[in-house]
Structures are given as structure tokens and as C-alpha cells.
Design a protein around this ligand. Structure first.
Ligand code: GLY
Length: 392
């Protein structure tokens, strides 16, 4: 008996009835009732996870049953609150909202943390999601404060926000493709405050990235190191990819998502063009598996015996729902729908016997560091839920 049927027997019709009543059911009507039950049960485990103001569940090593918990300074600290807000929007179940309200302040102090560019992920994925549900001044203030903090990392000579402060012996001014994601905080802060500075910096950052971060084939580099004295590119390199010239899957997702989102705020056709070109590269590459879930790096020589990365698929799926909205290109819709359909199966949903606050297994965090390989990771869930909302 496989995992799904085993689980369906245990849960029986009680859960099915709940699923039929929920908003989620209407977004996933093409899936079997058993996969739907399985998802509902995983969502419930997020609800049951106790609030801890010191650490947030980030990922899990299944073999040892260890949940990796992180403090607010970790780049992922906004996702748990974000998942709960999104589940509230999907289901209308007030329990998710109650829990989301308790978790949201977890990342609040990060709005003043100048130590990395990740203030966007930390603040916008929590407070940004909260603001979509409740129009509270407190949420707006945290977002604007976060944007002010992020701007302190901008250098006009380079024309970009500095990503990291570590590895100073190797890099002078590293800018990573992931940093495109943090621009949403800046664009939103301009909308909320009327202060154009945030948006101006976001546009300069996006333009510099557009100029230097992409290859001729429209895949992107992970890290560009700049010379802050001249603004010139020193090195095109990687930290999380297989090698400097490889194609780190999640990085491609960040690029497509980041430029699609930047197009949303600016309507600059150059951003749309890049998002489409990189999306095209991703969905037509020979190494993308049939089920749509990429290997962690498209150029890992071990393919097909290589780890997948569900998070890269969910980031890309969410981005492509938005990109489809601007272009009406059905291949984007087809890829995103395929990812959702693939994930809603017992192959990817975390084993129902595992009691942990995650939805999916099989993401890869940092392969070169041998860290979080083929595991449940929180941001895969976040972008999956966002994709469901966008599909709706
Ligand atoms: N932003 C870090 C990562 O994608 O792993």
C-alpha cells in the first residue's frame, strides 16, 4: 500500500469533508481527493506548531528527525508567518490568521538589521503578507523601516545593493541574483510612503543586474563581484551553484520572479523581456525533468542521479503565473500548472507519518556546502502557497 492510500484510510471521509468545504479545494480541483487530504493534513501541521519567539522552523533532516530552527536574523525568518497568512487567504480558516498574527512579529527587528540584503525576504514575506490581509499602520511602518534599512546597503558607484558582508577576502562587493527578490520591499515602500527614493534604488539595482548578471543564453550567474571604487565587474561566480558557469536552478527562479515583479511596478519592457528569456531557457532546457521539478543545478554532471529542488520549481511556478498574466503565453501557464499537479502527489508531499511544519519534501538548499540536500525546506512551501493564490 503506498503512502497516499495508507493515509487516506486513516483520515477517511472526515478530512475529505473539510477539504470540500475549503477554498483550497476549489484551487486544486484537478487533483485526487487523497492528495488533497494529504495536503490538508500537512497544512494542519503548520497550524499545530507552537509559537517560539526565539526560533523558526526552517528545514528538516528526516533521517534524524531533526527540525532545523533559526533566529530572526536568518534569511528565511519571514516565511513561516507568510505561510500561515497565505493559508488563511486560501482557506478562510481564522485559526491560520490567529497563528499568523502570533508569528509575524518574529521578524520585526530585522527591519533594522543592516547586516545583509535579506531584509526584503525577512520583512516582506511576513509583514507584506500580513498587509495583504489587514490594512494596519504597524505593518506599513515595519515595511517602510525595512526599506530604509535596505537602502543603506546601496552604492551609487556600483549601482546596486550589496548582498553579503562575509568572504571579504574573496569578494569586494558581491551582488547575488537572489537580491532581485528584495526589491519588492522597496517598490512597496514607495507606494506606502510616497518616498520615491526606495523605488529609484530598486530600479538602479535591477538595471545593473540586467546588464551584468545574465549570459548569452539568458541563464544567470549567481554572484557578480564588483569593484566599489570603479563600479566595474571583477568576477562572475557562484556560491550555491555547481560551478561558476553552471545553472543553479533556484537562482533562475529568483531571476524570473524578480524581473517579472519589477515589471509589475515599472512596466519597463526590458524587465519583461529578460523574465521571458530566462523563463524560456528554464522550461526548454534538456535537463529539466518531465515532471517539471528541476535538479538543484541544471549542469550537475551527476544528472539524472542528482537531487531535485522543489523550491526552485515553486518559485518559478509562482513567477510564471504572474508572467502569464502579462504575456498570455500559455507555455508559462502550462509549466506552472504542471508543477502544482506534480507536487500534489505522494512523491513530493512530505510523508504523512512525519509530524513537522512543512508541506513538501525534496528541496535542496546549499549543495556545495552539503547543507539541506533533498529535504523539506520552508520557502518551497511559501512559493507553492503563493502559486495557488496566484492561480486562483
Ligand atoms: N537566498 C538564498 C537561497 O536561495 O538559498
Amino acid at each position: 500500500m503506498n503512502k497516499v492510500s495508507f493515509f487516506a484510510l486513516i483520515l477517511g471521509f472526515a478530512l475529505l469533508a473539510t477539504a470540500c468545504k475549503s477554498g483550497i479545494n476549489s484551487t486544486t480541483k484537478n487533483t485526487s481527493a487523497t492528495a488533497q487530504d494529504l495536503l490538508e493534513a500537512r497544512y494542519k501541521m503548520l497550524l499545530d506548531y507552537p509559537v517560539d519567539s526565539m526560533s523558526m522552523p526552517r528545514s528538516m533532516t528526516i533521517k534524524t528527525n531533526d527540525i532545523k530552527k533559526v533566529p530572526s536574523r536568518d534569511w528565511t525568518s519571514g516565511f513561516f508567518a507568510g505561510n500561515l497568512w497565505q493559508l488563511y487567504r486560501l482557506t478562510g480558516n481564522a485559526e491560520y490568521k490567529k497563528q499568523a498574527e502570533k508569528w509575524t512579529p518574529f521578524s520585526k527587528k530585522e527591519s533594522a538589521n543592516k547586516n545583509s540584503h535579506d531584509v526584503g525576504f525577512k520583512v516582506y514575506c511576513s509583514y507584506g503578507e500580513a498587509l495583504k490581509v489587514e490594512n494596519k499602520q504597524e505593518y506599513k511602518d515595519v515595511i517602510t523601516k525595512g526599506a530604509e534599512t535596505l537602502c543603506t546597503r546601496f552604492d551609487a558607484k556600483v549601482g546596486a545593493i550589496r548582498s553579503w558582508d562575509f568572504n571579504k577576502d574573496i569578494w569586494d562587493y558581491p551582488v547575488i541574483i537572489d537580491n532581485m527578490m528584495n526589491l519588492e520591499l522597496l517598490f512597496e515602500a514607495t507606494k506606502l510612503s510616497g518616498n520615491k527614493k526606495y523605488q529609484d534604488i530598486a530600479i538602479q539595482h535591477a538595471n545593473t543586474t540586467l546588464k551584468n548578471q545574465f549570459r548569452e543564453d539568458n541563464s544567470c550567474y549567481h554572484v557578480i563581484d564588483y569593484d566599489p571604487k570603479t563600479g566595474a565587474v571583477r568576477k562572475k561566480t557562484t556560491l550555491q551553484g555547481y560551478n561558476d558557469d553552471s545553472v543553479w536552478a533556484r537562482g533562475q527562479g529568483w531571476a524570473v520572479y524578480g524581473f517579472t515583479m519589477s515589471y509589475r511596478y515599472t512596466k519597463d519592457p526590458a524587465y519583461l523581456k529578460q523574465a521571458e528569456a530566462t523563463a524560456q531557457f528554464f522550461i526548454t532546457d534538456k535537463n529539466l525533468p518531465e515532471d517539471g521539478i528541476p535538479y538543484w543545478d541544471f549542469r550537475d554532471p551527476a544528472i539524472p542521479n542528482s537531487a531535485r529542488d522543489v523550491s526552485a520549481a515553486t518559485v518559478m511556478a509562482s513567477a510564471l503565473y504572474e508572467l502569464y498574466g502579462y504575456t498570455k503565453n500559455k507555455t508559462y501557464l502550462a509549466y506552472a500548472d504542471k508543477v502544482i499537479a506534480t507536487l500534489e502527489s505522494d512523491k513530493y508531499i512530505l510523508d504523512p507519518k512525519i509530524n513537522a511544519p512543512f508541506i513538501f519534501d525534496h528541496s535542496t538548499g546549499n549543495w556545495p556546502k552539503h547543507d539541506e540536500i533533498d529535504e523539506p525546506i520552508i520557502y518551497a512551501d511559501y512559493y507553492f502557497l503563493e502559486a495557488l493564490l496566484r492561480r486562483k
